[in-house]
Write a protein that binds this ligand. Structure first.
Ligand SMILES: Cc1cc2nc3c(=O)[nH]c(=O)nc-3n(C[C@H](O)[C@H](O)[C@H](O)COP(=O)(O)OP(=O)(O)OC[C@H]3O[C@@H](n4cnc5c(N)ncnc54)[C@H](O)[C@@H]3O)c2cc1C
Length: 285
C-alpha cells in the first residue's frame, strides 16, 4: 500500500510526487508511454522559468530524473479504474492492481471525444485494455483502434493469442505485424444492437465482436465516477481537492491555462495537501 498514488507522469504528476517525497511519504506514479505525453511531443518550450529553449523530451527527462532522485516509484501502465474503499483506494492497472491511501489525478486533457457507439458498448464489446480482455476474444474477429505508440504491440499480442485482428488508426502504425490488415480512419463508428457486430471506418464495415480503443488518457470522470466537473474539467478548491475525499487533482485536467508552469505549481499544492490528508488519516486512527 502506497501513501499516495499519482495517475499521470507529466509535469503535474511528477511535481506532486516530488512534493510527497519531500514530506517523506511513499508515492507511486503510474503513466502511459512517454512518447504520448504532450511535453515529449513539444519541439521547443520557451516559457518555462529558468530553463528557456528546452526540447520537450529533455525537459520531461529532467523532471523524471528529479523524481527518481527523490525516491518516487514510477511504473508504466494505464489506470483503467479507481475504487474508493473507505480510507484507501484500489487502482486497476491493466490486469494488475495497486493500492494507496490518497490519490492525485494528473491525467492531462483528454483531447478526443468518445467514438460513436463507444459509451453504449463499454464493457459489452468495447474495451480499453487488450491485456485484460484479450483472452475473451480468442478465435474471434476484433478491431484495435490505436491512438498510442504502444497500440501496434498490443494488436500484435492479440494476434499471437489467436484473435483475428484488424488495426484502425489515423496514422500508419509503426511495428504492426504485417499479417494484420491496417485501415486508415480518424473517427470510426462502433455498430451493433445487442453487443458489437462491426466497426464502420469510412466506407468500410469491418465485422467484429470486440473493439479495443487504446488511448493515452482516460477522462478522470471515467476512472472514478462521482467526480464533480466544471466546464468539462475537474472541479477543485485551492488545495486542489476534488469532490471526492482523498482525491486531489492538478495540471491540465483542472482547466486553463494548459501550460507546464501551471501544471507544476498545481502539482506541488496537490502533493502537499495529499500528504497532509494522509497525516490526518493516521492521526485519526
Ligand atoms: C505540441 C504541444 C506543445 C506545447 N508547448 C508548450 C509550451 O511551449 N509551454 C507550455 O507551458 N506548455 C506547452 N504545452 C502544454 C503542456 O504540454 C501541458 O500543459 C502539460 O503537459 C500539462 O501537464 P499535465 O501533467 O497536467 O498533463 P500531461 O503532460 O498531459 O500528462 C498527463 C499524463 O498522464 C497520462 N495518463 C492519462 N490518463 C492516464 C491513466 N488513466 N493511466 C495512466 N496514465 C495516464 C498521459 O498519458 C500523460 O502522459 C504544449 C502542448 C502540446 C501538445
Amino acid at each position: 500500500m502506497y501513501d499516495i498514488a499519482v495517475i499521470g507522469g507529466g509535469p503535474a504528476g511528477l511535481s506532486a510526487a516530488v512534493q510527497v517525497r519531500a514530506r517523506n511519504r511513499s508515492v507511486l506514479v503510474v503513466s502511459g508511454d512517454d512518447r504520448d505525453n504532450p511535453v515529449y511531443r513539444s519541439q521547443h518550450i520557451a516559457n518555462y522559468l529558468g530553463l528557456p529553449d528546452q526540447r520537450g523530451p529533455e525537459l520531461l527527462a529532467r523532471f523524471q530524473a528529479h523524481a527518481d532522485a527523490m525516491g518516487v516509484r514510477r511504473r508504466p501502465g494505464q489506470v483503467l479504474s479507481v475504487m474508493p474503499m473507505g480510507g484507501w483506494f484500489y487502482l486497476s492497472i491493466g490486469s494488475d492492481v495497486e493500492q494507496a491511501r490518497a490519490l492525485v489525478l494528473a491525467t492531462g486533457v483528454v483531447r478526443a471525444n468518445k467514438l460513436p457507439g463507444e459509451a453504449e458498448h463499454l464493457g459489452a464489446g468495447v474495451s480499453y485494455c487488450a491485456t485484460c480482455d484479450g483472452m475473451l476474444y480468442r478465435g474471434k474477429p476484433v478491431v484495435v483502434v490505436g491512438k498510442t505508440h504502444e497500440a501496434p504491440g498490443e494488436a500484435n499480442w492479440l494476434k499471437e493469442i489467436g484473435c483475428q485482428v484488424t488495426y484502425v488508426s489515423e496514422k500508419e502504425p509503426q511495428g504492426l505485424n504485417q499479417a494484420i490488415p491496417f485501415v486508415k480512419s480518424a473517427r470510426p463508428e462502433i455498430l451493433g444492437e445487442q453487443g458489437v457486430t462491426a466497426l464502420r471506418a469510412g466506407d468500410r464495415e469491418i465485422p467484429c465482436q470486440g473493439v479495443f480503443i487504446l488511448r493515452p488518457s482516460l477522462a478522470p470522470a471515467d476512472l472514478l465516477p462521482g467526480l464533480k466537473l466544471e466546464g468539462g474539467y475537474l472541479a477543485v478548491d485551492r488545495s486542489m481537492a476534488t469532490s471526492v475525499p482523498g482525491v486531489f487533482a492538478a495540471g491540465d485536467c483542472t482547466g486553463l491555462p494548459l501550460q507546464i508552469s501551471k501544471a507544476v505549481g498545481e502539482g506541488q499544492v496537490a502533493g502537499h495537501r495529499a500528504a497532509e490528508y494522509v497525516d490526518k488519516l493516521e492521526k485519526a486512527n
